[in-house]
Design a protein around this ligand. Structure first.
Ligand code: FAD
Length: 364
């Protein structure tokens, strides 16, 4: 296990792991960031620039979802686009440059009902921290069929906003029957000439309004009662079709396509939070616009708390906001002491936002 900071100083936890562990238990961190996706690195960067010496724990999926992204073309500042892994390395280098310490470890438990909070990890480390920024993200539910992994980024996608542009004038398949499948299918009609939505049942889970729009759209056709059993490619190494199985009679069939967009669910990485922090019905952390969870000093950013926008740019913005809020929390901790941990900070006035017109006038 290796930890490093911007000076390249490394702490190897080999034979000396016991003493490092004891030391770390005694170290009280100002802020710990959990997750190494775009939200996590941005929170690490902002917290580091605020001199909070953050510790960022990467998790098993180093770099998060963007690290499995072949080409990112919609993140501002990179007009030529860049690969997901390259973007992650730039995020990391920038955070480390200002003093963010990175630990390649996975968090197994957080304790947030007593302050300072406790973070325990797979490598049997235990940290104490005055504030926490949770950026554990989400993951698309995969089809788990042959060809899916091989052709991800070569015709298989989980993000129409990100990749739809590459399929101008092409024919596409969308897999799923919920709101996301229909919304993204409708979005893809801007680019594709024909879209076949493959659904395992003969009716949709999606809302009525989306169903009406999809049924009315000439470019969309539904393929009912079918599941995708494999994604197939051609000699150029890109998607050329899918094989399906009829859920009623087992008959197999092939559908030719240039691309496959998979929308069979999106799963927030929320194992750490059950029974500890407020989650919505889909398992996302409930935060206010200031990224505050229901526990004072615990903030959340990116897809763990956002099921609407789900982009690198929005996750980065939320990571920035969370670190700025953590900084405010730490300053008030210093000045006023610890607030009641069972008091929901989301009910407090938004920091920096005047409560009423009268405050605005007074401020002038
Ligand atoms: C295939 C694909 C292509 C995409 N393409 C684009 C694109 O072109 N443009 C765009 O804007 N968006 C794209 N997106 C969406 C974008 O990647 C996500 O919106 C973004 O990565 C979300 O960032 P995040 O920081 O919230 O979380 P994630 O990227 O989901 O990262 C979560 C992090 O949390 C860590 N973690 C989880 N649990 C733990 C734990 N217990 N302990 C420690 N760490 C933990 C993981 O290891 C991971 O590092 C794409 C998504 C996918 C799947």
């Amino acid at each position: 296990m290796v930890e490093s900071n911007q000076n390249g100083a490394e702490m190897q936890n080999g034979a000396g792991a016991k003493s490092v562990k004891a030391e770390e238990r005694e170290t009280l961190h100002e802020v710990i960031v959990i997750g190494s996706g775009p939200a996590g690195w941005t929170a690490g960067l902002y917290a580091a620039r605020a001199n909070l010496e953050p510790l960022l724990i990467t998790g098993d999926d180093y770099g998060g979802q963007v690290s499995i992204t072949y080409e990112v073309e919609n993140y501002p500042g990179f007009p030529e686009g860049l690969s997901g892994p390259d973007l992650v390395e730039k995020f990391k280098a920038q955070a480390e440059r200002f003093g963010c310490t990175v630990s390649y470890d996975h968090v197994t438990e957080i304790v947030v009902d007593e302050h300072p909070f406790t973070v325990r990890t797979a490598q049997e480390k235990e940290y104490r921290t005055k504030s926490l920024i949770l950026c554990t993200g989400a993951r698309p539910r995969f089809l788990e069929v042959p060809g899916e992994e091989e052709y991800t980024g070569k015709g298989v996608s989980y993000c129409a906003t990100c990749d739809g542009f590459f399929f101008r004038g092409k024919e596409l398949v969308v897999v799923g029957g919920g709101d996301s499948a229909l919304e993204e299918g409708l979005f893809l009609t801007k680019f594709a000439t024909k879209i076949q939505i493959i659904h395992r049942r003969d009716e949709l889970r999606a809302s009525k309004i989306l169903q009406d729009r999809a049924f009315d759209n000439d470019k969309i056709r539904f393929v009912w009662n079918r599941v995708v059993t494999s994604i197939n490619g051609n000699e150029n190494g890109v998607v050329s079709g899918v094989t399906t199985r009829d859920t009623q009679n087992g008959a197999e069939g092939d559908i030719a396509t240039d691309g496959v967009f998979v929308y069979i669910g999106h799963l927030p990485n929320n194992d750490l939070y059950h029974g500890k922090l407020d989650l919505d019905e889909d398992g996302h952390l409930i935060v206010d616009p200031s990224t505050r969870t229901n526990v004072p000093g615990v903030f959340a950013a990116g897809e763990i708390a956002d099921k609407v926008f789900k982009q690198v740019a929005t996750s980065v913005g939320q990571g920035c906001a969370a670190a700025m809020q953590a900084e405010k929390f730490l300053a008030s901790l210093e000045a006023e002491g610890l607030p009641d941990l069972s008091e929901d900070p989301r009910a407090w006035p938004t920091p920096g936002v005047p409560k009423a017109q009268a405050d605005l006038v007074a401020a002038d």
